[in-house]
Design a protein around this ligand. Structure first.
Ligand code: XUL
Ligand code: CO
Length: 437
């Protein structure tokens, strides 16, 4: 039986439509840069924010009007799955992402937890077969329960390290069973509050040991999905070890793990790290580690992870330039790690939220495609660095000169002439792409 009874399948009606339950820009089959829009974007539903989140915050109770809240245990888990798949089908979303804890109840102990997972996974498999919806990635929740109070793989307690390992083992197995094409590590409590009680060297070594075990286990079970690390600078801990792309990259290089991992970049995590979203994507792209995206946005006036639905067309366009230049995200995608505001508690608000996010990225894709096609910015950048194409610049790039030769060259210069970076002109041109229909 359908839950969203009054909502039909959401379709593309074009920019002039006033129908709030239609797409204005997301036209899944439309070909852009040689590929269907839906294959560029690979949208995914986040199980946790969409189906598990209840709207509670430190000052208030749950607000979300959700029918499964009347139920308990596996019954609740199954109704949630039914409604989740109906939701994805109606929006034409082809992927979902999940934590183990989102899909099934914990149970009394690890054994019961794993049995619950097996039961719900079998159930979800039937829904996947019926709808054709696929799994973009799975992960484990190693941050909510009391046992992870001091971290998971970076806990001072070796028993906790072991429990976290058993969770990842199981989560990787079920992701594999569901045909997931990625597996995510977000280091929820992998960080610290004070050096007065922390051995950072051991914690970082242990985190690397843990990730190496995951790499080994992946090979053992023949899971071919991409492993992804999701950087975040703070919250819940004050110092998260996976601060940003640059920090994670140097960690992976130090521990010889770089070949096995790519990055899952979340917009709101980038801004918490005092970076722009496109900066983080760019750092990944130029280092060959752009794997997937958690699409959302923060509130720049608030210093925490508000996980709002992305509606900022400027940021989405800049992000899609990086995605296109990366040659796409596959096997990654765009997962809406975003939640409706506490006051948007009616089920229909979930549709409005996803439609807003999907249209924003669809329009961002169109803008980015046009920008790359017309090449104005690329040409500008190329000209800006032209001094490295000949003369002394070419010799620098080709490694033919050192400090002594450069000193001799510098002495011969009568004056050093720079040219304008033209930032305001370029920003105005960028706006003209956004304004254009
Ligand atoms: C937390 C966050 C997580 C990860 C998956 O900020 O983004 O939901 O995406 O664990
Ligand atoms: Co995320």
């Amino acid at each position: 039986m359908a839950f969203f009874k009054n909502i039909e399948k959401v379709v593309y009606e074009g920019p002039d439509s006033k129908n709030p339950l239609a797409f204005k820009y997301y036209d899944p089959e439309k070909i852009v840069a040689g590929k269907k829009m839906k294959d560029h974007l690979r949208f995914a539903m986040s199980y946790w924010h969409t189906l598990t989140g209840d709207g509670s915050d430190p000052f208030g109770d749950a607000t979300m009007d959700r029918p499964w809240n009347e139920l308990e245990g596996m019954e609740k888990a199954k109704l949630r799955a039914d409604i989740g798949f109906e939701f994805m089908e109606k929006l034409g979303i082809e992927y979902f992402c999940f934590h183990d804890l989102d899909i099934a109840p914990e149970g009394k102990n690890l054994k019961e937890k794993n049995e619950n997972l097996d039961e719900i996974v079998a159930y979800i498999e039937t829904l996947m077969a019926k709808t054709g919806i696929k799994c973009l990635w799975g992960t484990t929740n190693a941050f909510t329960k009391q046992r992870f109070v001091h971290g998971a793989s970076t806990s001072p307690n070796a028993d906790v390290f072991a429990v976290a390992a058993s969770q990842v083992k199981k989560a990787m197995e079920i992701t594999h069973r569901l045909g997931g094409v990625n597996y995510v590590f977000w280091g929820g409590r992998e960080g610290y509050e004070t050096l007065l009680n922390t051995d950072t060297a051991l914690e970082l070594d242990n985190m690397a040991r843990f990730l190496q075990m995951a790499v080994d286990y992946k090979a053992k079970i023949g899971f071919e999905g991409q492993l992804l690390i999701e950087p975040k600078p703070k919250e819940p801990t004050k110092h998260q070890y996976d601060f940003d792309t640059a920090t994670v990259l140097s960690f992976l290089q130090k521990y010889n793990l770089k070949d096995h991992f790519k990055m899952n970049i979340e917009a709101n995590h980038a801004t918490l790290a005092m970076h722009t979203f496109d900066h983080e994507l760019n750092m990944c792209r130029i280092n060959g580690v752009l794997g997937s995206i958690d699409a959302n946005q923060g509130d720049l006036l608030l210093g925490w992870d508000t996980d709002q639905f992305p509606t900022n067309i400027y940021d989405a366009s800049l992000a899609m330039i990086e995605v296109l230049k990366n040659g796409g995200l596959e096997p990654g995608g765009l997962n809406f790690d975003a939640k409706v505001r506490r006051g948007s508690f009616e089920p229909v608000d979930l549709f409005y939220a996803y439609i807003a996010g999907m249209d924003t990225f669809a329009k961002g894709l169109l803008i980015a495609d046009k920008i790359i096609e017309e090449g104005e910015f690329d040409k500008f950048v190329e000209d800006r660095y032209a001094s490295y194409n000949s003369g002394i610049g070419k010799q620098i790039v080709e490694g033919q000169v050192g400090f002594e030769e450069l000193e001799a060259y510098a002495m011969s210069l009568e004056e050093v002439k720079n040219t304008s970076g033209r930032q305001e002109l370029l920003e105005n041109i960028f706006n003209s792409y956004i304004y254009s229909k």
